[in-house]
Structures are given as C-alpha cells and as structure tokens.
Design a protein around this ligand. Structure first.
Ligand SMILES: Cc1cc2nc3c(=O)[nH]c(=O)nc-3n(C[C@H](O)[C@H](O)[C@H](O)COP(=O)(O)OP(=O)(O)OC[C@H]3O[C@@H](n4cnc5c(N)ncnc54)[C@H](O)[C@@H]3O)c2cc1C
Length: 413
C-alpha cells in the first residue's frame, strides 16, 4: 500500500479514537432535550430548535457519523414535499427530475410529467451541513455514540443509556433513530416498525439514461408486492434497486431478483457497491408522543406506504417534533404535556398521516391486482402524449376498464 494512503488511514483512525475519548468526558449529566439520530428527522428537529433561538443544553447523538458512510437510500424526493419541509440549499441537489416512466410487466411504458417535478439529492452532504449548523449554533453533537436503552421516567426525567456505559438524564427525548431500534417498548408509545419491507440496491456506472427521468418497474416476478427503481445519479451512473412486499420475503431472494433485473435490462453496467436496507411502509394510528418522549421520522412510521419515500416526511415530522420538544421544556403538569403530544400528533396526521393511513389500505388492495391489469392500463395510457398525461386522465381512463385496479384505489375516495 502507498505510504501516503497508509498514513491517511492511520491518521483518520487516530482522530476518531481521540474524538471518542474526548467526547466521552464531555457528556453532561442532564439535558433539556436529547435527539437520537442524525438522519433527516433528527437533524430537522435540531434545526427547528435552533431556529427558535433555543440552543442551550441540547444533545444530538448518532451511533455513527452518517455522512462518512454510504447512505442506503435512492435519494429521490418530490420538490413540493422537500421544499415544504426544510430550507433547501442548492448544494444538496444532484439533479432535477421532470419525468417518471412506468414500465409494466410486459414491457409497455408510460411517461408521466409531474407538474412539480422532483430532485435527486445528496443526502450525505445535506446531513453533514445540517449537523455542522447545529453544532455551530450550540447543540452538542456526539457521533459514534450508540444509545442502548431509554429508561422509563423517574420524576419527569428519562435516563438514556449508551453502549459505552455512560448515561445522561433528559427532560425530553426525540427518538429519530430510524425503524429498527424499537425504543420505548416499556411505555405506551409506538415502538414497532409497521410493515417492514426489505430492499436491496446497487450504485452502478456505465449506464446511459436520461438525467431528468426516474423509472419504476412493476411485476409479480420482478418485485413481488413492491417495485424496482432506476434513478439517475449523475452522468453514466444510477441507483438501481428493488423493494419487496413484506409477505413475499420468505419466498424471494432479493439479491437474485436484483441480479436478474440488471442482467435483463442493463446487462453492461458496472456495479460499484451494493446495499441492503429496510423501509417501514405501514401506518398505524398509535401514539407517537407521550409526555417527555417523542418519536419521529422512520421511528414513527412516517414513510409513504405506496411510494416508500420517507426523506421529506422525516424532515417534516422531525421539524414538528423539534417544535413539540421545545414546548414541552418548562411545562410541569401531565395535562399540559399531553396537550402538546396531541397537538404534535394531530398536526402530523393532518399534514401526512391521515393520507398515509389511506395509502396503506390501498397498498394492501393492490397486492391482488394481476399483472395483466397493469399491462392493459399502461398500453391504453401510452397513446396519450406524456405532456398531456395527468393524474385525472389516468383515473378516467382506468375507471370501468380495470375494476380491480380501481377497487384497490377506493380507499382514496
Ligand atoms: C434502500 C432504501 C432506499 C430509499 N430511497 C428513498 C428515496 O429515494 N426517497 C425517499 O424519500 N426515501 C427513501 N428511503 C426512505 C428514507 O431513507 C427514510 O425514510 C429516511 O432516511 C428516514 O429518515 P430518519 O431520519 O427517520 O431515519 P434515518 O435516516 O434512518 O436516520 C436514523 C439515524 O439514527 C441513527 N441511529 C440508529 N440507531 C441508533 C442508536 N441506537 N443510537 C444512536 N443513533 C442511532 C442512525 O445511524 C441514523 O443516522 C429509502 C430507504 C431505503 C432503505
């Protein structure tokens, strides 16, 4: 190995080690607010806290430094949802998306131009910049600091227990740790991911696709209960993956499905790296906040059950969680705290949750729609020029001809 590279690696490890030792000593005994997770939800909770001018005695922790690792995400967002959830910086946007192309199981294709469009973002950069703003505004940020347990409250304070044996107390905890930690099992709060779906994807190069298109492929053989995606990722590069319905997990091998998809549609791509991830795609109306304990983002099942998008949702819900946490600090009575919990939940349900509830039901009904309906529907709609294809045209054209498809969508009415 080149001595410069060896020196660089040793230096990086030494810095990490020193930081870990140094930070261990910095942990305070008490915080007003502890945020667990430096993903979109936790970071935007922090942004709302500093934007309100509150910067004292807040801790943000993450078990890793997320932007130093590849983030398991296709990084696609709708413009409206994204820009409505966070103050977007230009540097976070890799490219703009104007068209979505739907590929039916038999290969028929329709292109759809969304009037608002979307982006492929650079999540690592977004998260790094948000964290650095939080840190410079006075929020203490500890990375490579894993939370093991959140103990139920004692005199209004919960204890956060870390893997390194350290502990701290907190008046309010925001759990933005993603779908898998299940903190709060001992309390009456949502602690289980709903409808956890496995996904598998690859970063590939040597691919020639339009830079302003995303592609969605459906089919019971290709991705039972889910879909495959192809999102551009700069010139000659893409993010190609598959998400499966939870009920198909036992009889399908994701790696084999992805390899089959790649060899059939993109045989000459070069795979740079593969990733696996889990997406909590269900929606349950269970409490996501109790006095002093707020769940947000994937930890509160905020993913859109049909599109499986969760970035803007996590940002939005994270921001609401930050606002709610601030209101909780300084409130003494259980009644006051419960009111804040209700306001937080109601706001989330109003902004996205109620719709997700309906979409989760649509998703279940879509499972029984045969491939044939998608083929016929796509063939019918492919004759409409993409600039003229609107959602209402899709509905009108499908109505009556594909009753099973329309029946699946009844929950939206
Ligand atoms: C393969 C894949 C592709 C996806 N593609 C898209 C997409 O294109 N568009 C879209 O909108 N959504 C997509 N999603 C969903 C999206 O990634 C999530 O919904 C979003 O990241 C949720 O943000 P969050 O902040 O709630 O959680 P996360 O982003 O998961 O962040 C949680 C953070 O908590 C930290 N953490 C976890 N446990 C602990 C612990 N014990 N102690 C301390 N820290 C901890 C983690 O290290 C992590 O940094 C995709 C998901 C997957 C798996």
């Amino acid at each position: 190995m080149d001595t410069d590279i060896l020196f660089y690696i040793l230096h990086a490890h030494l810095i990490k080690f020193l930081k870990a030792v140094f930070f261990v000593h910095e942990l305070r005994e008490f915080y007003d607010i502890v945020i667990i997770g430096a993903g979109p939800a936790g970071l935007n909770a922090g942004m709302h806290i500093i934007n309100a001018g509150f910067d004292k005695n807040v801790l943000l922790v993450d078990k890793i430094t997320p932007w130093d690792h590849p983030i398991a995400c296709a990084e696609g967002v709708g413009k409206l949802g994204f820009e409505g959830s966070v103050k977007v910086r230009k540097s976070w946007i890799r490219q703009e998306i104007k068209y979505a192309r739907f590929h039916a199981p038999d290969g028929s294709v329709i292109s759809y131009k969304d009037k608002n469009g979307g982006y492929i973002i650079n999540r690592a950069l977004m998260q790094k910049e948000m964290a650095s703003q939080l840190e410079s505004s006075g929020i203490q940020c500890l990375f490579n600091f894993k939370v093991l347990q959140i103990q139920p409250p004692d005199k209004g304070l919960r204890t956060v227990v870390f893997e390194n044996g350290r502990k701290c107390k907190a008046r309010v905890i925001i759990d933005a740790s993603g779908p898998l930690c299940c903190f709060g099992k001992e309390e009456k709060i949502n602690s289980k991911p709903g409808d956890l779906e496995p996904s598998y994807f690859a970063w590939v190069e040597n691919i020639d696709i339009e830079q302003d298109h995303i592609h969605i492929y459906a089919g019971k053989e290709l991705a039972p209960g889910g879909y495959a995606w192809v999102f551009p990722r700069g010139e000659n590069a893409a993010n190609i993956g598959i998400v499966l319905g939870r009920h198909s997990v036992t009889h399908a091998n994701l790696r084999v499905l992805l390899d089959n998809f790649l060899s059939r549609h993109f045989p000459s791509v070069k795979i740079i790296q593969r990733f696996a991830g889990s997406i909590p795609c269900g929606f349950k109306k269970v409490p996501i906040a109790i006095p002093g304990f707020i769940k947000t983002g994937d930890a509160a099942n905020t993913v859109n059950p049909i599109s499986r998008a969760g970035i803007s949702e996590a940002l939005l819900c994270g921001g609401l969680a930050g606002d709610a946490a601030l209101k909780m600090v300084g409130k003494e009575t259980n009644k006051q705290l419960l009111t804040i919990c209700n306001e937080y939940q109601n706001e989330w349900f109003k902004r996205r949750g109620n719709r997700h509830f309906k979409l989760a039901r649509v998703k279940n009904s879509l499972l029984v729609v045969p491939d044939e309906d998608y083929n016929n529907g796509t063939r019918l709609l492919s004759s409409i020029p993409r600039e003229e294809l609107t959602m209402s045209k899709i509905f009108r054209a499908s109505l009556g001809r594909f009753p099973r498809l329309v029946w699946a969508l009844r929950h939206l009415m």
